[in-house]
Design a protein around this ligand. Sequence first.
Ligand SMILES: [Zn+2]
Length: 143
Amino acid sequence: MNGPLISPDAISSLLRGLGVNTTYPRLRIAELIMTRREHLSAEQVFSIVNQTRPRVSRATVYNTLNLFVDRGLLQTVTSQAGVTLYDPNTEPHLHLHDLENDTLHDIPLQVLDGFPLENIASGFHVERIDLTLRVRKAEQATA
Ligand SMILES: [Zn+2]
């Protein structure tokens, strides 16, 4: 699931625009998350980033991902196993979790148009919706 290629210059200026100093690890991690457009754990990012040299430490990966969340470049979503996944789609959206291959797919929030949220959350302001549909292919769902 690769997104459009983003030039290193565009990534640099994006990070600078968010007030992030552009170090080598930050540029590598930003490039990775913005081209793959997947929901990756810190351990997955650590492993992929270190397929090429120079090596990036685990602490740097975690710190960089948290910095990117803090600056609004990523949001977090918790996997079924309780692992934090980093999501490059920072627009409000829902998830479809394909349990067969353990991948998350984004669903636009508009599918909830007409859903009576204001009745369900009466008296509250909805700040964020975390909704994940856990699915298997229909023909494999019944034993
Ligand atoms: Zn997502």
